[in-house]
Design a protein around this ligand. Structure first.
Ligand code: ATP
Ligand code: MG
Length: 317
């Protein structure tokens, strides 16, 4: 009935739902309410896909059923494929197959003009470099004993053999790109906010100069304002570096903001696949409809509307 807006332990604003959503008084509230207003028009594919997953079937060791069944998706250079679907539908498993952590049983992963070896350990360094990954939990993705400079410096050494002043210069450039200042180089992960940690992980991925970055729920642990900043950063970096993203997310607002194409997964299969406009335009299949209508929207009466529509459906059945 009422909403209280908090910022750094202090109440910024308090009012009825209607007032806070439709007539926020404070700058901070306005920013919170209007997030995910990123304007992104989908791009048309201009060149050969950088990644083609062809008929991928995979299962985990010691189990008797496939968690991916005949999955086919493509990602184009400089573009974003959003992979959406309910929990357990196989999104992260697809990421594991592409990165070689879970070798597929059938099918092939075609990347930058070659077939990738299913087993990560046996992939040449160039394959590891060109295919990077960013995770949901920036915390556990970084060594807490290493400074930001060391973390970003490692791929520079490993992939490009950079040392000394050359390496320092590149670390600075990367810190600038992710909009963190000079002082951050000597900080430890524990001294960073959630959003800053995720920026460091982005810089570490970019340091390798990859062709594709797989992002698995990279904004879901962040508050909406900070997540918005990360999405904008990823979009800007995509323009500059022409890097492609395979973007796994639960959040439809995120999909609207960044995707060029969308794959909808259900029980290990891709049940809907197309450009953003195609997938997000009716008529929807029941599953996509349910996914779309399950994303809370910041508007009055949203829940009532969803419930009413669902009742109508079941009455019609
Ligand atoms: N290590 C594992 N061993 C056996 N089964 C697994 C393993 N990891 C995942 N699974 C199973 O594989 C299926 C797909 O899981 P996956 O993690 O890919 O889902 P997801 O779409 O990423 O879900 P979420 O949105 O919750 O992250 C699930 O049924 C899950 O239980
Ligand atoms: Mg997952």
């Amino acid at each position: 009935d009422d909403i209280m807006v908090l910022k750094m332990g202090e109440m910024v604003e308090y009012g009825s739902v209607d007032q806070i959503i439709n007539a926020p008084q404070e700058e901070y509230t306005r920013a919170l309410v209007s997030v995910r207003s990123i304007d992104h028009e989908e791009k048309q594919p201009t060149s050969e896909p950088v990644l083609i997953c062809e008929n991928i079937t995979a299962r985990y060791k010691g189990t008797k059923f496939d968690v991916l069944k005949n999955v086919n998706v493509e990602v184009h250079p400089g573009q974003t494929l959003a992979v959406v679907g309910e929990s357990g539908s196989g999104k992260s498993t697809l990421a594991r197959v592409i990165t070689g952590l879970l070798p597929q049983r059938e099918g092939r992963v075609h990347f930058a003009g070659r077939d990738l070896n299913p087993v990560m350990r046996t992939r040449p360094r160039e394959d590891l470099r060109e295919l990077q990954m960013i995770y949901q939990m920036a915390d556990t993705a970084m060594n807490p004993r290493q400074t930001v400079g060391t973390i970003i410096g490692r791929p520079l050494e490993f992939y490009f053999g950079l040392r000394g002043a050359e390496k320092q210069k590149r670390i600075q450039e990367l810190l600038d790109e992710i909009e963190l200042g000079k002082g951050f180089q000597d900080r430890y992960p524990a001294e960073l906010s959630g959003g800053q940690k995720q920026r460091v992980c982005i810089a570490r991925a970019l340091a390798a100069k990859p062709k594709l970055i797989i992002c698995d729920e990279v904004t879901s642990a962040l508050d909406p304002l900070v997540a918005d900043g990360i999405l904008k950063l990823l979009l800007d970096l995509q323009k500059i570096e022409n890097v492609a993203y395979l973007f796994i997310t639960h959040d439809l607002a995120t999909v609207r903001a960044i995707a060029d194409s969308i794959a909808v997964m259900y029980q290990g299969e891709v049940v809907r696949y197309g450009t953003k406009t195609e997938v997000l335009s009716p008529p929807f299949d029941d599953y996509t409809d349910l996914l779309l209508s399950s994303v809370p929207e910041m508007k009055l009466g949203w829940l009532e509307e969803v419930i009413a529509n669902r009742k109508m459906e079941s009455a019609g059945n």
